[in-house]
Every structure is written in C-alpha cells, then in structure tokens.
Ligand binder design. Sequence first.
Ligand code: GLU
Length: 544
Amino acid sequence: MDYKKIANLLYPEVTTTPEEIFARYPKRNLKESQVVSRFAPSPTGYMHIGNFFQMFISYNLTRVSDGVFFLRVEDTDSKREKEQAKEVVFEILNKFGIKFDEYQTLEGKDIGAYGPYVQSQRTEIYKVFAKKLVAEGKAFPCFCKKTEGKEDVLKLRENKFQEDDEKEYDPCRDLSYEEVKAHIDNGEPFAIRLKTKNTGKERVKFYDLIKGEIEAKANAKDFVILKNDGIPPYAFAHAIDDTLMGTTIVVRGEDYIGSTPMHIELFDALGFKPTTYCHNPLICKIGDNGNKRKISKRYDPEADMRFYFEKGYLTRSVLEYLLNIINSGFEMWRANNPEKDWCEFKFGINDITAVSPIFDLVKLNDISKNLISRLSGEELYQNWLAWAEEYNKFLAEYLVANKNFAVSMLKIDRECEKPRKDIFNMSMIEEYFSYMLKKPNLDEVCEQDREKFNEFMEAYEQAFIFPSSNEEWFNLVKEVAGQLGYATDNKAYKANPEAYKGNVAKACEFVRIAITGRKNSPTLFEIIKVLGEKEVKERIKVKA
Ligand code: GLU
C-alpha cells in the first residue's frame, strides 16, 4: 500500500519534515548529571495539591542537579481550558518562589530555546509527526466518528483502555488509498490512530525511578494520536514534546502508569529514545469508610492550593510539609539544621517515597508552628499584614495604623530561647490575640468561681501597682492571695487544701482571666507590659 500517498492526501499542507523540526531543537548541552524536567499542567483555573506535589519533585530534581526546569502548558483539552488559567499557575508558583528556567510569559513570549512552551501553539509539529507515521504505515486515518454515527466514539474508545483487554484493532486500519480518498472527497473529518504492532499477548517492561522495574501488558489498541480537530491527546503530545524539549526525567502522577505501555509504543513508533519516568505516588486521605482515597477538591478544601493562601500559611511551611512527605530524609535534616533554608537540603531521588502519603493537616500545622515561632515580631507582622491586605482589608488598615502595638504584641513569647509555638497561620492570629485587640468577655470563664473571682479582683485592684518585672507582678498576686486566705505555699496547700480558698495558681488564673478572658495565654507579665498601665487598670477593675 502506498502510505506516503495517503499521508499526502491527508496533509497536503504539511511540508515540513521531522528532520527540519529536530534541527529546531538541538540536543541540550548539559552534563549527564544535570536533570531536565518540567511542570506540565493542564490549565483548569485552579491548582490541585497533587499537581503541585509533582511539580515540586521535578523542581527539586533540577534544582539539586543544576539542571533545567521548564513550564509547558498543556492546553489541548479545550473543554477544560478556563479564562486566566495560565495566570493562576504563575500566580501560585510566584508566591512559592518557584522559578522556571524556560516558559512562555503571559504576553506570549517564549523564554528559552525549546518553545513554544504552550501546546496549543505546537499543532504544526504534531501534524508533522502524525504525517510521518502515516507515511510509514504506522498510523492511519480513522473516519469512524462519522461513519458509526456515534457521539464522540473516538474518545470513548480511548478511555476504555484496561489491563486485560484483548487487542482492539480499528476497522479503518487497513483502508486503501481509494477508500481514504472517498472519505476525504466526501469532506469527512478524520482522526489519526496508531496502528499497534501488538496482538494482545505481548508484555513490556519499563523502569521507573521511584517504583523500580514495572512489567505490564503491552498496548494492543489502535489508539488516537491526533483527534479530528488536529489536536493530540496527552500521549502523542507527551512523546513529541518531551523528546524535542530534551526532558531527561518525566515526573508525573502514578495514575499514568497504566497508560505508560501506550507511551512506550509511541516512542518506539516515532523512533525516539524512550524517556525516563518517575511516577510519584498520589497524596491521599482516609475516606469515611476508612479506606485510602485520592485527595480531592470535591471533599477536601486542602486539595486546592488556594486554601493555603486563604488560611495564611507561610509558603515555606507548605513546601517543608511537602518535602517531609516526599522525602524521608528531610525531617531528620531539619531537626539537625533548624536554622538552614530548606533549599540547602540535598534532595535525592532514591529517598522519594514510593507509598502514597496521607495528607495530615496536623503535621503541616506543627511544621508551620515551628517555622513561625522562629520569626521575629517584625517578620511576623509583615507576613500578617501581607495576608490581611489580601483577605481582610479592615484588619490591614488597623495593622498599619497601630504598627508599634501590633509588633510588640507579636513579640510576646517570641525572640527568646523557647518561643511559644501556637500560631500556624496568619488567619488565626486575630482570634488568638483577640484579647489584645479588644477587652475580653468574661462571662464563660468565670462561671464556677464567680464570687471568689470578684472578691480577689477587688482586693487586687486596690493593691495594684503597675509591675516592672515578672517577679514583682507575681509577688503582688501572692501577697493579695495570702491576705485573702489562699495558700502561698504549694506544699502546704496540697497537704491541707480544705484550709484554704485555693492556691496562688488559682489567684494567678483570676488575674489572667480578668486581663485576657482566658485560662491559658502567653506570659501574662508580657501581655501586661504591652497593654500598658491604663488598659490593665481598666481590665482588673472587673466584676464578673
Ligand atoms: N497535563 C498533564 C496533567 O496535568 C501532565 C502530566 C505530565 O506531567 O506528563 O496531568
């Protein structure tokens, strides 16, 4: 059969040769150890944490090897394409300080010599290779959609791929030149399918950098490589782009393992050197039925990267949490190097987890508490203000107008040897320090000890002198407590609690409640200092 004639019939306008395309994409001049990897999101208008996780693995592999990290926008699925979706990708990665070596700017300028970095601008290239495969008899036009009269049959078939399917040869695979010509003359649209060499009995082996050697049934389907609108599905674009762009490690979710045999067959048919895969495990959650399930935007707010901005996590906390679940060596490294920037961590491919991690917000919060506890009052203020400017304008105005007070407040139990570790994101600070920003409500806290509270506070107010040290503050509470019949010695109290109204700790608690409305708070003397004499005097003049 004259396949070349068929190819020319299908694509008379495509005159560029694969060699000419290759000449535009010279081999990268890098050492073997330098990894070239990419982030290839399909822009959907939001970013799933799973995509971010995968991006972060690629990024780290290129970062530690002094390689090349590029962004390729996979916008071939026009149904999923959303307005401003590319902006979202840039906005999120910018906030995380993740930079690409090569990408296309929002204005459409390619930075790097391996573009265009947006798939919808690469359709000419895909056609050149589809034409080549048809000319070699390795692919063929399929007119089924029209002739079978079924809705979207091309797509349905492709999605049906399963491990134990037998071969699935398409009825159009052996159309003669005359038959093809009749369809074309009839104006029928066509897709291009790969003519599989396999019969359904073969198996393929491939090596995955995380999972090791994987053996699977070889592809035995004539799958679509170019849809009837000239746009390639993922597989074909992946094989061509990752080859031309010189990707050395393809990091992608392990949900792609099932279709890897198709990809291997494509690389082979195209005459390309197979690529190296690194299929990362997917982040999971434990579902209501107790089983592991993929973290999903539908059920889990934390699946959407916007969650972390809205809550006001430090981007560093999120990155460190992800490093923690990606790489078993990170936690130990962080414990041994509390001061170092995470970028100094030597990220190795052999330490990447092969097991699906369970997303754990408590762990993220712990990591975040630690990092935030190391910030100075001024640094925390800047982070809080930046968050408020975006999510709480009213608060932002207050913070600007009251900067000195806010910084002193944030300094409480901070910038010291053992800083408090309560705060894990910016959105919680206002509530956490609510008693600093307005007078507390005492109703709930004084429920049981109302009388004793009132009696103690009255005496304390009378005796109050604004303290100049923690010791002075404590001594006065102790003195007033002693006069009212509280034990000032804990041993004596323990030996005979009935003899006293309570112990000094109880008295301290009353003062704490009067000033903060809470039974627990950061160091009270620090709070007193920041609130100042006038405010403290007003607060201790209370009756519950
Ligand atoms: N566009 C694909 C996705 O978002 C990319 C997968 C890959 O990295 O190869 O799933």
